[in-house]
Design a protein around this ligand. Structure first.
Ligand code: KG4
Ligand code: ZN
Length: 340
């Protein structure tokens, strides 16, 4: 039996992603981003994102089919992100997927965006050992999950109670005068800086470790950075941008990797997967590797292009569902985020 050929569509945020996979093999990964259009607002504007998806959808699907050297008639199924994400943006992808599925007579799978961030790792490292713990950190989400079965049981362990990790990078970059999206410029600035400023680690106090064991909070950190920078400016002193970037980045990566490794240890899980745009960060990769090595945990982080939002991740989860014999047509309303 040949491996399933699946086309995946992703439109939960500002990337129109169309990917094509055969089993664990990536055949096409086309992404049209509207990030430039949002840059001057310092964050994603939902209405702008929806319109951009609408314009990019058909040409991006066509590019993916051309790259893979196939036609729609060749695919075994179509998968689409059904949630969580921006409702208007998700609707564009879901409507397109339904139209393609109807036109070509293909089964359709509505998939969870977070589970897809985990599934994409199979394109790089092969089948995922289960159970695994997944740390998903991006501009829109920061979650810890236990993946017992990628085609069925995915248990949320915790999430951010305020800002997402990537959002914190974006906001801190803005107050340091660095461009949007803020992750890459902070990552670069931090390389030339010292971790010299003791910024707070959200939800790590003894009481928080009971009530919010695997939750995250980054808004207090962002405020602490803003206060620190303001105090410098008020005193008429220059702001050591590289040191602030390094200290802020360390605070974020320390908490994220600590809680992720703790989740593995408490749950007796030997595999940690990190995904989402923030997984491209050089410090989170290094720190996670160091802490996983110390505890005999296997760390899996896909290459940066697969960490950020894309269609290949949706296709990868779709292919996994087809291979697992899951029933198609699980297409709830776009805001429904039932796993997977
Ligand atoms: O997954 P993604 O492309 O889109 C979603 O938000 O869903 O993630 C984008 C986020 C942005 O907040 C961006 O600043 C952050 O990922 N990011 C990074 C790095 N590269 C991207 N954060 C820290 N370090 C990086 N190198
Ligand atoms: Zn995402």
């Amino acid at each position: 039996r040949t491996e399933p050929l699946v086309l995946g569509i992703e439109t939960s945020c500002d990337e129109t992603g169309v990917g094509i996979v055969r089993g664990h093999t990536l055949l096409a990964d086309e992404v049209a981003s509207s990030v430039e259009e949002h840059a001057r607002f310092g964050g994603v504007v939902p209405e702008v994102a929806s319109r951009a998806h609408f314009e990019a959808m058909v040409p991006t699907v066509q590019r993916a089919l051309d790259t893979a050297g196939i036609t729609l008639a060749d695919v075994d199924a179509i998968a689409v992100t059904a949630g969580p994400g921006l409702a208007g943006a998700l609707l564009v992808g879901v409507a397109a997927a339904k139209a393609y599925a109807l036109a070509a007579g293909k089964p359709i799978y509505g998939v969870n965006h977070l589970a897809a961030h985990v599934a994409v790792d199979t394109l790089e490292h092969g089948p995922l050992p289960e159970p695994a713990i997944a740390l998903l950190v991006s501009g829109g989400h920061s979650s810890l999950l236990q993946v017992d079965d990628l085609a069925g049981r995915v248990e949320p362990l915790g999430a951010t109670i305020d800002d997402a990790a990537g959002e914190a990078f974006d906001k801190v970059a803005r107050l340091l005068g660095l461009p949007f999206p803020g992750g890459p410029p902070i990552d670069r600035a931090a390389r030339d800086g010292q971790v010299a400023i003791p910024f707070p680690r959200g939800l790590t106090a003894a009481r928080d470790l009971v009530e919010h064991r695997f939750d995250f909070s980054f808004s207090g950190l962002k405020t602490a950075v803003a206060r620190w920078v303001e105090a410098r400016q008020r005193a008429g002193e220059p702001v050591p941008v590289n040191d602030v970037a390094a200290s802020f980045q360390e605070a974020v990566c320390d908490v994220l990797t600590n809680k992720a490794v703790d989740a593995c240890l408490e749950r007796g899980v030997r595999t940690l997967v990190i995904g989402g745009g923030v997984a491209a960060n050089s410090r989170i990769r290094a720190l996670a590797q160091e802490r996983c090595d110390r505890h005999g945990i296997t760390l899996r982080v896909p290459r940066p292009k697969l960490c950020t939002d894309n269609g290949a991740m949706v296709a990868a989860l779709g292919a996994h569902l087809v291979a697992a014999g899951a029933a198609p047509g699980r297409l709830a309303l776009p805001t429904d985020s039932a796993m997977p």
